[in-house]
Design a protein around this ligand. Structure first.
Ligand code: HEM
Length: 450
């Protein structure tokens, strides 16, 4: 029996409690979006949520999520969140679906091949060294700012290498944060407001246009040079579709670069920030991680071949990723179907929340506890597929997952080999709702380990 089949009668998804006419569930979503999303699991495996008049079927069971993302993926398109992004991000792999997405994914995938990750990890190593070198013992730093800068440098320098790229990299540092910030507002705002000449729209449009311009300029320059720089832009420009023999147009390459920068900056920066936060709160975990980094890396810079040997550090990363996962992604049904006995009409929005799944007490023992040992070789989580999906699954699974692992392990190991980061006293770090929930602030004090 597939997950779409169900022995009982077909029913409509139950609505989450507290729905109001016109507003739907806007009030609990506005007040406490994270807690509200988490509470949905109490009402069923598929629960209807109304964001204003926009109905969304939220999948709260890992089997249904697996059915939609993997087993029956061809019956679903991208859904609203991604469609709202398309006017700014064009037709890169993040926003498209169907045959076009499959073709583009084939063309972009080689740039994320394992063979290239080691090269990118060297760039990341240099960025992490620069971050560590900029700190002074005892002087407080904002780890939110530091991890964002590091993630931006990693993605910008992976994209454009070489001496002439300085201006492009600086532009990414300037414009991308504005675009990322404005984007969340666009997703929830009605489309009709996009063109209003209000300051947030103007700032967003200017930053998006600058970003597009600088990428276009780099593409023109790379085209004129005809030189392989072994960076993402060179790889995308030279990628050939195995089926058609075609290369991508300059415009398509630009859309893919923007898609990758957009998808690949905030998530690793936030995950890294949470790792440093959790280490600061769990001295025993920090001690074991320091011991591992000292044994594997020692005083020299971190090398790409160190990363597979940092097993405990990797468990810490998995656990931070579990507790602090992305909040919500959408899909849209392309035809009417039933899922777990619930009828879903054509054109319905569906959503899944890695965050809520990863904190479900029916799926994870003591789910709010930070316990990296659950990920060790003989730990309880190793043999359980489908329920841990921080990178999604199926045809839209994160293309940058191996990149993110290298980026995060390199930063954690580089910092740990030199510094202990102590939480600034008197600060309560809260979790703020966002595409991937953010720490409200993260002031920490670097203390030299040597
Ligand atoms: C801890 C870090 C990261 C997390 C948790 C994460 C999570 C995800 C998730 C859950 C999806 C699937 C969304 C869906 O089902 O619709 C996704 C897609 C994607 N991610 Fe990541 N990501 C991370 C890092 C990165 C990095 C570093 C890059 C690039 C350098 C990247 C690029 C992308 C792209 C391009 C997609 C769209 C793939 C497609 O639709 O074919 N991500 N990511």
């Amino acid at each position: 029996m597939t997950h779409a089949e169900h022995p009982g009668p077909v029913v409509h998804a139950p609505a989450a409690p507290g729905r109001l006419p016109l507003l739907g569930h806007a009030i609990p979503l506005w007040r406490q979006p994270i807690a509200f999303l988490e509470s949905l699991r109490e009402h069923g495996d598929i629960v209807r949520l109304d964001i204003g008049t926009w109905p969304v079927h939220v999948l709260t069971s890992p089997d249904h999520v697996h059915a939609v993302l993997v087993q029956q993926a061809q019956q679903f398109g991208r859904g609203r969140i991604f469609e709202r992004l398309r006017p700014m991000f064009g037709n890169g792999i993040v926003t498209t679906d169907g045959d076009f997405h499959r073709k583009q994914r084939r063309m972009v995938q080689p740039a994320f091949h394992r063979n290239h990750i080691a090269g990118y990890a060297e760039v990341m190593g240099r960025a992490a060294e620069a971050m560590c070198a900029s700190w002074t013992p005892g002087r407080e730093v904002s780890m939110l700012t530091e991890t964002r800068r590091y993630a931006l440098s990693s993605v910008a320098e992976m994209t454009f290498s070489g001496g002439l790229s300085g201006a492009a990299i600086a532009e990414v540092h300037r414009s991308l944060p504005i675009v990322l910030e404005g984007m969340l507002l666009r997703v929830v705002m009605p489309k009709s407001l996009d063109r209003l000449p209000i300051p947030p729209n103007r700032r967003f449009d200017t930053a998006a246009a600058r970003l597009r311009r600088v990428i276009d300029r780099m593409i023109a320059q790379y085209g004129a040079e005809q030189e392989d720089r072994h960076d993402l832009l060179s790889l995308l420009l030279s990628s050939v579709d195995a089926e058609t023999g075609a290369t991508m147009s300059a415009e398509q390459v630009r859309d893919e670069v923007i898609a990758i920068m957009f998808a690949g900056t905030e998530t690793p920066a936030t995950t890294l920030a949470w790792i440093f936060h959790e280490l600061g709160r769990h001295p025993q975990v920090e001690k074991r991680l320091h011991a591992e980094v000292d044994a594997v890396v020692g005083p020299r810079p971190v090398r790409p071949d160190d990363l597979p040997r940092l097993t405990y550090t990797n468990n810490v990363f998995q656990e931070a990723l579990r507790l602090h996962s992305p909040l919500l992604f959408t899909r849209r049904s392309l035809e009417p179907l039933t899922l777990g006995g619930v009828s879903i009409p054509a054109g319905a929005e569906l959503a899944y929340s890695p965050y809520a799944l990863h904190r479900d007490p029916a799926l994870f023992r003591d789910p709010t506890a930070f316990d990296p040992d659950r990920w060790q070789e003989d730990g309880e989580e190793k043999p359980r597929p489908h329920r841990f999906i921080p990178f999604g699954a199926g045809q839209h699974k994160c293309i940058g997952d191996a990149f993110a692992v290298a980026e995060i392990l390199t930063a954690v190991a580089t910092v740990a080999s030199r510094w202990k980061l102590v939480p600034a006293p008197g600060v309560t770090v809260r979790e703020l709702p966002a595409g991937i929930p953010q720490p409200s602030e993260l002031p920490m004090i670097p203390v030299s380990r040597h």
